[in-house]
Design a protein around this ligand. Structure first.
Ligand code: ADP
Ligand code: MG
Length: 479
């Protein structure tokens, strides 16, 4: 099957050729014709399988037939994404694939000045890519008109729900014309996603490339059972003896990420950490160094790593298992992208056996367990409850087995709460990584600033999203 056989028009085929894609990915093969026929779809596929082009290409084709040379364009497509970084990435794709078409695009997210966005919207655009918070700002200020939207797209719908955007989504939905095409994309399917899609989609075609909640088949997975305090030594050994070159390592906490990267450095393995407590400059540099190969290991928390698309990342290591099973799927989806093979290694200590069971249940696979010689588990060590996890304030996941909220509060959170009483309500409900999620959102978009024109705007000093975040965060707890 070729892109041409999917019925795509010449300007798109030319842009695809420029990107160097040889043939459509399975999700693209299935989704593109169905979207071109104006059906609603509910699509699930592993991460890194090219979902963005799967909806962007047919969308551009449909819209290109409607371009008017005489009248100002109105918004005919609205794409919602959970994070600014993803909005920027999708906008970049729309721009790349649409470069030979006369369609106008605006990307709208918080943390940057709202006025340039208003100016752009006033001039008229065909496609808007937005995060929910800033979109609602524009709606409140009457600076956007979404009443002509013909196609509504939810990208990473599962992430949207995880991040507590359900009410924002519903608000947006209420303002859209009833008659429209809807496309919903999600890497994983939960009952919540099914409920959401029931409410949005009209007689949808179901497109599932992989089995539900399966992890990428291109990724070989292995678990090394090991004692907690030997994990670092084992990781160093694996990296050195396997001669691994580029490794993304996940820890549950920011502190853990810092500590591990320092320890690896001491072992002579260049490493850097990326998480919400790092300055934006440090984050951008860490990612750039890692991508360029000048740093061998990038140690990240889940939030910091979300949406990062690094070409051909060969190794992902779960230094600690995530307490939310779906995050495992997202983590290992960082490797084996776009048809390349990858390896996902999890170092699992006795405290994490329940997490492992939850993950295996979710992916419906028993992951191969390999004990490395010299790192055999000491049977005298008993399981202990895991403290200060990366619980991000979710309570809607059946596979979640996170510690109680009180366990996840760090002394630092308490200190901060005392010092800044005006933030009390907000801070008190945040957990370590929940906080990074919110504060990161504003910073993340800059990570890709080298490659995207959409990310060149400077963050505004009076970050208008803070207000929203303060309001939104408690909702995350409730939803
Ligand atoms: P997903 O949204 O499914 O996680 P993305 O849309 O981010 O995946 O695509 C992952 C990577 O695959 C991107 O770098 C993209 O450029 C690349 N890609 C997309 N479609 C193709 C294709 N048909 N052939 C080769 N590479 C592709
Ligand atoms: Mg995507």
């Amino acid at each position: 099957m070729t892109f041409k056989e999917l019925g795509l028009i010449e300007p798109l085929l030319k842009a695809i050729k420029d990107k160097g894609y040889v043939k459509p990915s399975p999700i693209q093969e299935q989704a593109i014709p169905v979207i071109l026929e104006k059906h609603d779809i509910l699509a699930g596929a592993q991460t890194g399988t090219g979902k963005t082009a799967g909806f962007t290409l047919p969308l551009l084709q449909i819209l290109s037939a409607k371009v008017s040379k005489t009248t100002k364009p109105n918004i005919k497509a609205l794409i919602l994404t959970p994070t600014r970084e993803l909005a920027a990435q999708v906008a970049q794709s729309v721009d790349d694939y649409g470069k030979y078409l006369p369609l106008k695009t605006a990307v709208i997210f918080g943390g940057v000045g709202i006025n340039p966005q208003k100016a752009l919207l006033r001039k008229g655009v065909d496609i808007v890519i937005a995060t929910p918070g800033r979109l609602l700002d524009h709606i409140e200020q009457n600076t956007i008109d979404i009443s002509h939207v013909e196609c509504f797209i939810l990208d990473e719908a599962d992430r949207m729900l995880d991040m507590g955007f359900i009410r924002d989504i519903r608000k947006v939905l209420a303002l859209l014309p009833a008659h429209r095409q809807n496309l919903l994309f999600s890497a994983t399917f939960s009952d919540e996603i099914k409920k959401l899609s029931d409410g949005i989609l009209n007689n949808p075609k179901l497109i599932e490339v992989a089995r539900r909640n399966t992890s990428s088949e291109m990724v070989s997975q292995v678990v090394h059972l090991v004692d907690k305090d030997r994990k670092k030594a084992l990781l160093s050994k694996l990296i050195k003896e396997g001669n691994w070159k580029q490794i993304l390592v996940f820890t549950r906490t920011k502190h853990g990420a810092n500590k591990l990267s320092q320890q690896l450095e001491l072992d002579g393995i260049s490493a850097t950490a990326i998480h919400g407590n790092k300055s934006q400059g440090a984050r951008t540099k860490a990612l750039a160094d890692f991508k360029a190969g000048s740093v061998r290991v990038l140690v990240a928390t889940d939030i910091a790593a979300r949406g990062i698309d690094i070409d051909q990342l060969p190794h992902v290591v779960n230094f600690e298992l995530p307490n939310v099973a779906e995050d495992y799927v997202h983590r290992i989806g960082r490797t084996g992208r776009a048809g390349n093979e990858g390896e996902a290694v999890s170092l699992v200590c006795i405290d994490e056996h329940d997490y492992l069971k939850g993950i295996e249940r979710l992916i419906k696979t028993s992951i191969k367990k390999v004990v490395i010689e010299g790192f055999e588990v000491d049977p005298r060590i008993k399981a202990e409850p895991i403290k200060a996890g990366g619980n991000r304030g979710r309570n809607n996941s059946s596979s979640r087995n996170s510690p109680k909220k009180s366990d996840t509060r760090t002394p630092r959170d308490n200190r901060r709460k005392e010092k800044k009483p005006f933030k009390k309500d907000y801070e008190a409900k945040r957990t370590e990584d929940g906080k990074s999620k919110l504060s990161n959102e504003g910073k993340k978009f800059k990570e890709s600033s080298n490659k995207s024109k959409y990310t060149s705007a400077k963050p505004s000093s009076s970050n208008p999203d803070n207000r929203q975040n303060r309001q939104r965060k408690p909702r995350v707890q409730k939803d």
